[in-house]
Design a protein around this ligand. Structure first.
Ligand code: COI
Length: 355
């Protein structure tokens, strides 16, 4: 049973078009605690507020933590979430990798519906905007030994958002990273865990200095095979086919990636999930076979790539403009999320209606 603690005051709603990504939060959040021997307990929806942790908190020191990102949308009067259970199941996959106790997906699904129903007026109605849902779990032991924790906290916070990139649906410049490494086989690459994002910060900063938006990671051993961007998966249109790196344990099993592949198959396209080397990509670029490059992710949805930088050279993809496939896929997925496309795969999870 999820307890509800009412807030004394509610915040003013914000103009989502002016606030960027992840800057404002709603009135309430979900909280649940895990203790060894007791399991997950005390599920409650409480006012959004700062949380208190011990200075010896295990996560602050050793990073045993995981998170998810999903979105709620308005479809006319209805409020829906995109692929809720896929995200909650992926949270449990990250939990498995980080030795965090799994959540009860059905309990959290119901609690999330309850939270979104309370916060339904925060879900923006405009296409392209959404209520970003950030579930996260962290070790809460006040203890400096390096061990799997015995106590955890789970929260879900909500943030009204517009486009992830400040310049909206426009091509980004990505630098192929051949020095720094995000993940290797046998590591944490497949988990949605802060360590993977921490590992990306320095390389991202260097890429910015060179005029790029983000980096495209190569494999950690040979610096040869393409991985992911970090905030999104990467896909290519090569000679008419949609090609993307296979899930080899080093990249995130993106929910939007899976959506793109399913929809491309529905459209009768050839789809390949396989190892792609940077040499093959450069070759395809030179032969004119590399038609489009784009990223996919919950936050970014579809993000066309206009320029790929590698070893000081710039490959300009499709004249640096948004490719037709990326545009069509972006229109389709955002159309599905806003209720304009038929939901043939059952991706849309209706939560409630607004009056
Ligand atoms: C998402 O797409 O939901 C992500 O988690 C990317 C994020 C790190 C902004």
């Amino acid at each position: 049973m999820v307890k509800f603690v009412e807030a004394k005051t509610l915040k003013d709603k914000v103009d989502v078009s002016t606030i960027g990504f992840g800057t404002h939060f709603t009135d309430y959040m979900f909280e649940m605690t895990y203790d060894e021997g007791q399991g997950w307990h005390d599920a409650q929806i409480i006012p959004y507020e700062d949380i208190k942790v011990s200075p010896a908190n295990a996560t602050l020191h050793y990073g045993q933590a995981i998170f998810e990102g999903m979105k709620a949308f308005r479809q006319g009067k209805d409020v829906v979430i995109f692929r809720t259970k896929d995200h909650l199941n992926r949270l449990n996959n990250s939990a498995r990798i980080l030795d965090i106790p799994p959540i009860d997906v059905d309990l959290v699904y119901d609690a999330l519906h309850q939270l979104i129903t309370i916060e339904k007026d925060w879900v923006p109605a405009q296409r392209g905007q959404s209520l970003y849902i950030r579930p996260f779990i962290f070790a809460d032991d006040p203890y400096l030994g390096v061990n799997v924790a015995k106590r955890y906290k789970f929260y879900i916070i909500l943030s009204p958002v517009a486009a992830y990139y400040a310049h909206g649906f426009a091509p980004v410049k990505i630098m192929v990273e051949d020095h720094y490494v995000r993940a290797t086989k046998g590591g944490l690459g497949e988990a949605k865990t802060p360590a993977n994002y921490a590992a990306s910060l320095h390389a991202g900063l260097e890429a910015h200095k060179h005029g790029f938006d983000q980096v495209l990671w190569l494999d950690g051993i040979q610096h040869k095979y393409i991985g992911e961007v970090g905030s999104m998966n990467i896909l290519f249109k090569i000679d008419g086919k949609i090609v993307t790196p296979a899930l080899d344990g080093t990249i995130l099993n993106g929910v939007t990636r899976r959506t793109v592949l399913a929809v491309a198959r529905d459209w009768g396209m050839d789809v390949e999930e396989r190892a792609i080397s940077i040499d093959e990509l450069v070759e395809d670029y030179k032969n004119g076979k590399l038609e489009e490059v784009f990223g996919s992710g919950t936050a970014a949805v579809i993000s066309p790539v206009g320029v790929l930088g590698y070893k000081g050279e710039e490959m300009v993809i499709g004249d640096g403009k948004v490719g037709p496939f990326a545009q069509k896929m972006f229109n389709y997925i955002t159309g599905l999320q806003s209720g304009l496309e038929k939901d043939v795969h059952g991706f849309i999870d209706k939560v409630t209606s607004v009056d």
